[in-house]
Design a protein around this ligand. Sequence first.
Ligand SMILES: Nc1ncnc2c1ncn2[C@@H]1O[C@H](COP(=O)(O)OP(=O)(O)OP(=O)(O)O)[C@@H](O)[C@H]1O
Ligand code: SF4
Ligand SMILES: [Mg+2]
Length: 357
Amino acid sequence: MSTNIASATVAAPATQPAAALEARALVRRFKGRSGAWLTAVDHVNLHLAPGETLGLVGESGCGKSTLAKALLQLPPPDEGEVLLGGRKLSGLSGGALREARQGLQMVFQDPVSSLNPRRRVIDIVSEPLRIWAARMALDEAMILRKAQAVLGEVGFDPEAIGARRPHELSGGQCQRVAIARALMLEPRVLVLDEPVSALDVSVQAQILNLLMDLRERRQLSMLFVSHDLAVIRNICDRVAVMYLGRIVEVGRSQEIFSAPRHPYTRALLDSMLVPGKPLPEQEVITGDLPSLHAPPSGCHFRTRCRQAQARCAEQVPPLVQGPEGQTACACFFPLSQAGHAQAAATGDQGSAATRPI
Ligand SMILES: Nc1ncnc2c1ncn2[C@@H]1O[C@H](COP(=O)(O)OP(=O)(O)OP(=O)(O)O)[C@@H](O)[C@H]1O
Ligand code: SF4
Ligand SMILES: [Mg+2]
């Protein structure tokens, strides 16, 4: 079981607006079939500003969905705190948690299986509000009016769609129903776990445009989980890169994509398929993702990093804010703008520009 807290640093922008959603040193462990524990989320900190869209990227199995669910306390993390609009969700349960969590909603990857196949669209969308009907003094007509308004907001004719069931809808339509359901409690923050990955490319664009419209109209903050860097680049203000349970780099999209400092981020970008760009001649990231049951010591990325040195096996590199305009990066030898490893001894508590954040 990993107990290293060196990666427990605050992944926030330089000027810290009040967080819409904040995670502090979140840890989520699972017990495998052999009885051994793995740490899927390892002391992760996140800071999502009001109205901001933060992308979360990383290879399959690195812990993105586990982190997303831990934010919603589904189930609560083993360690750490989550604050929604400054209010702690950690430690709450039952009705108190449901009430505090109203402002935080999640949309899942598979739109079809996330909807109850036996229920009509209007009932699926109304359901979250029904739970609160008594407390909010809402009658059935009010709930239906609200559900119809939200269905209209996601682009449906409510009269035409309300009586249909999920199996009668396309994947894109199901995802719009799932988004409508998530909007019923007027959330301030949406956590979207691969919301377009299961959809055709043309439908992906429709859903992304809808999400961006909703973000503007409702001033929503979004955590957008995706393995698709092109999508992330299009819609996210900032990006956090995850590797084996830890955030290894975070910064504004512009810097992440134009001047990544972590070798893993660089490798992810190099493996991105871009129309017109030749396919990479050799494997960009060598080897498979190591098992979370036995992650490499020190820097988890060291077994696949071309510039790993002895120190990388001995210590966990802390996430350190780079100089003005650069990303925060958890690497002892971050890349320069030209893509070369720097001798900068990150984590040595140097100048204010390079201190751990
Ligand atoms: N309920 C569980 N029990 C045991 N291990 C789990 C459980 N859920 C997730 N894991 C493990 O935690 C790790 C992270 O899984 P997670 O689904 O969060 O990854 P991910 O980054 O979302 O991957 P993908 O991109 O494929 O969705 C994986 O090793 C996974 O096998
Ligand atoms: S700390 Fe070392 S192994 Fe890890 S990414 Fe940096 S150079 Fe590579
Ligand atoms: Mg996932």
